[in-house]
Ligand binder design. Structure first.
Ligand code: PMP
Length: 355
């Protein structure tokens, strides 16, 4: 607190990212990073980038990257927006679209940055509960609103909605924007990108942080009708002309060119997820079926917080949210097979884990 703060800053509750430990030797299963390195093509592009060019500003349009994305998704250049991680794209989208007369609608349990943006921009919002199996009930969103946002697959549950349900919502929700945050879509589920060609009120946001192993490079993007992209560009160009640096653009473009690596690493994570799910179930965990690169699991008898502390003592980091309704759950990112074996072995040693 400082007397120099603007009044609105006093009431903010900022998002708290998962721990990035300084200590080495930990198995990090707490922030949904990809355990595999970026594509060798992307690494080569970063190594080979002519560093003397860094004296120049980067391309404010990130033209090469937008072109690569439009080709990848068979869209037009005007349907693509890029930003410094999908967090930034989301922040700009909330500002551009959600400051409306009606409250926006979002799930009660979802990515916890959404309500942080609402508070930052003074956007009214209504949180709708998940059903008892942690599904988002999109029928409940059929009511007057200033906009709708949800993650698909949702975080931290990992549950995915079928595309038909999203399209059914778009058919009736014609007066406001629907944002689908697809940070985890490449690990399961069907993307809503194809709906971008049919509906002018859907914005799909994706990221290079998860399925493309580039969380540290900070590249995210939005796909939508050109008027929506234009709205995002207006906000971006009122804020920061160069959100993506030259290296980020080069690395991201090269990653898109390496489809084989992307497919192979994504499939490895899916396989490890299914193995981990079976192992956890054998240890009396309830595991929510996941379409993402993490599982959300609660033990039938042992409290989530106790398990998290125990695992931390074994150098295994997992995420635990002290939130009503999910406080018994652990969110466990999918690592390599060796890492997941280490997790399962550590859990097997927990006294009384099986009944
Ligand atoms: N959306 C969801 C649902 C997420 O879990 C995350 C990662 N924390 C993000 C967006 C942001 O990812 P990034 O800014 O790294 O693209």
């Amino acid at each position: 607190m400082s007397k120099y703060w603007s009044p609105a800053i006093n009431s903010l509750t900022p998002y708290v990212p998962g721990e990035q430990p300084k200590q080495s030797g930990l198995i990090k299963l707490n922030t949904n990073e990809n355990p595999y390195p970026p594509s060798p093509h992307a690494i080569a592009a970063l190594n080979d980038y002519p560093k003397e060019r860094l004296k120049l500003y980067c391309d404010p349009e990130a033209t090469l990257l937008k072109n690569a994305l439009k080709d990848y998704f068979s869209l037009d250049y005007k349907n693509v927006f890029v930003g410094n991680g999908s967090d930034e794209v989301l922040a700009l989208a909330f500002m551009a679209f959600f400051r409306q007369e009606h409250p926006i609608l979002l799930p009660e349990t979802t990515y916890s940055f959404y309500d942080v943006y609402c508070n930052l921009y003074d956007i009214a919002y209504t949180q709708l509960p998940l059903d008892q199996d942690f599904n988002i009930d999109l029928k409940a969103y059929e009511q007057p609103n200033g906009g709708i946002i949800f993650a698909n697959p949702n975080a931290p549950t990992g549950r995915v909605l079928p595309l038909e349900q999203i399209e059914a919502l778009l058919k009736v929700n014609t007066e406001s924007l629907v944002i689908v945050d697809e940070a985890y879509i490449d690990f399961g589920g069907e993307s809503a990108v194809e709906l971008v060609r049919k509906y002018d009120n859907v914005l799909v946001i994706q990221t290079f942080s998860k399925s493309r192993s580039m969380a540290g490079l900070r590249v995210g993007y939005a796909l939508g009708h050109e008027d929506l992209i234009d709205g995002l560009e207006r906000v971006k160009n009122s804020f920061n002309s160069y959100p993506l640096d030259s290296l980020a653009i080069a690395g991201a473009v090269a990653s898109i060119e390496d489809e084989a690596y992307f497919q192979a690493t994504t499939q490895k994570i899916i396989n490890s997820r299914e193995w981990t799910t079976a192992q956890l179930e054998a240890l009396d965990f309830n595991v929510i079926p996941s379409a993402s690169n993490f599982v959300f699991a609660s033990h039938q008898r042992i409290a989530g917080a106790d398990l998290m502390t125990y695992l931390r003592g074994k150098n295994l980091l997992v995420r635990h949210f002290k939130k009503p309704g999910i406080e018994n759950y652990l969110r466990i990112s999918i690592g390599t097979d060796e890492e997941m074996t280490a997790l399962v072995n550590a859990l097997k040693d927990y006294p009384g884990i099986t009944g």
